[in-house]
Design a protein. Structure first.
Length: 414
């Protein structure tokens, strides 16, 4: 992936100097505070402002016979990211928020019904009042001053190539800003130390520019710092350094709360990863608090049937499992799976959605084994295995765990 070179004799603004000069069509407007063009096609023709890494998000319980500790469960789940590092990489934009239609504004002042107490979870019509909402599981129901728009990097690249060809430009080479391109390349190659250096340099420069530009900056630099800090936590997880990941996620939460607002969905993204670290440290009460905080943010921002809600519910189920509450865990996993199925295929990252769906299914199978429902466990695990194989291949540890659980179910069922 080639990176842009400085153009001599041309003055660069702060953002261009930091991230590399934008060379795509109308790219400079992306950094203009007056720009309100949130059109997807326009965004895809502009240089992204940041790189965003998806973290673990969705814990897997693994194999029944392995007796894994919570930390081992988290690290094995992190291994799914390493199966295809590109799956975790997104590029994105900071956009001006859009005010929802008047009916949706009522969500801000009403408590969202929780799916577990709402029998209409299987009735999409009662929870989705129009087709647009059904097709947009991550459509915000609240107004925020700034929002993030992320694209899986491969999807964004393909879109750029398509748009270029439509405009008569034929090139297979995509140029990204220096920091984004180099960080993405390091992660794809497993060069985590080098990726960390890039993100640390980004944060240092953001802080320096924030000090110099405080009188004119609209908070964008602090928002970008929070995203970069979150990325540092994810890279530490990929590298197996969970003790270093924890403080990074906590700092990301703090910075994002100051930059976006305490109830912004970007805060929940880092809260989830911090909650996973509490889980790994066997601080289950703390993890329950953190996951429930993230759940409330996501439900208010997106509604109770968002895939993001499903992932948090899955993690809550894992905590209940570790605390020996198998019935509570099973109900929470099933709730998460119903939501995931309703929304499957409607988000930007279908590959990652499938992986999360398989994780939730495998967790349901795990709990059914624990409560000695072996035939039900076998059926669920067979379905999880098919999805896992389609995403991970045949040799991944997660697949071996599912096969192990299937053998366990067959042994007791027979």
């Amino acid at each position: 992936m080639r990176v842009p070179q400085p153009h001599s004799g041309k003055q660069l603004n702060v953002m261009q100097a930091m991230f590399g000069e934008c060379i795509c069509t109308d790219a400079v407007n992306l950094f203009n505070n007056n720009s309100t063009n949130n059109d997807e096609n326009s965004l895809n023709m502009k240089q992204p402002q940041y790189l965003m890494l998806n973290g673990i998000e969705c814990i897997s319980l693994g194999a029944v016979i392995d007796e894994q500790s919570p930390r081992e469960r988290v690290m094995r789940t992190a291994g799914q990211l390493l199966n295809n590092p590109s799956r975790s990489i997104c590029v994105g934009y900071l956009l001006d928020g859009e005010r929802p239609e008047p009916p949706a504004l009522a969500v801000e002042n009403q408590q969202q019904p929780h799916p577990s107490t709402d029998s209409s979870i299987n009735n999409k019509e009662s929870n989705h009042n129009n087709e647009e909402e059904e097709d947009s599981p991550n459509k915000l129901k609240l107004y925020f001053r700034k929002v993030t728009k992320n694209y899986p990097i491969e999807q964004w690249t393909n879109k750029i190539l398509e748009n270029s060809k439509r405009k008569g430009f034929y090139s297979n080479e995509i140029v990204l800003p220096l920091s984004i391109g180099s960080a993405a390349d390091h992660i794809k190659r497993g060069e985590f130390d080098l990726a960390l250096e890039v993100f640390e340099e980004i944060i240092q420069e953001l802080r320096e520019n924030n000090t110099r530009q405080r009188h004119v900056d609209d908070g964008t630099l602090l928002m970008l710092e929070g995203i970069a800090m979150h990325n540092i936590g994810v890279v530490h997880m990929m590298a197996g350094n969970s003790t270093l990941a924890f403080p990074a996620f906590r700092e990301a939460v703090r910075v994002k709360q100051n930059a976006f607002s305490e109830d912004h969905p970007e805060v929940a993204v880092s809260l989830v990863e911090a909650g996973i670290q509490f889980f790994a440290n066997e601080q289950f009460d703390d993890s329950l608090v953190i996951f429930n905080d993230a759940l409330k943010i996501y439900e208010r921002a997106y509604g109770p049937q968002s895939p993001k809600v499903a992932m948090v519910l899955n993690n809550l189920g894992c905590v209940h499992s570790e605390m020996g509450n198998y019935q509570g865990a099973l109900g929470t996993f099933q709730e998460a799976y119903l939501i995931q199925q309703l929304m499957l295929g409607k988000s930007q990252n279908a590959d990652l959605d499938l992986l999360h769906s398989a994780t939730i299914l495998a967790n349901i199978g795990y709990i059914k084994l624990q409560v000695k429902k072996y035939e039900e466990a076998r059926i669920v695990l067979e379905e999880a295995l098919m999805v896992q194989q389609s995403v991970l291949g045949d040799d991944h540890k997660a697949i071996k765990d599912t096969l192990s659980n299937m053998e366990f179910a067959n042994a007791f069922h027979s």
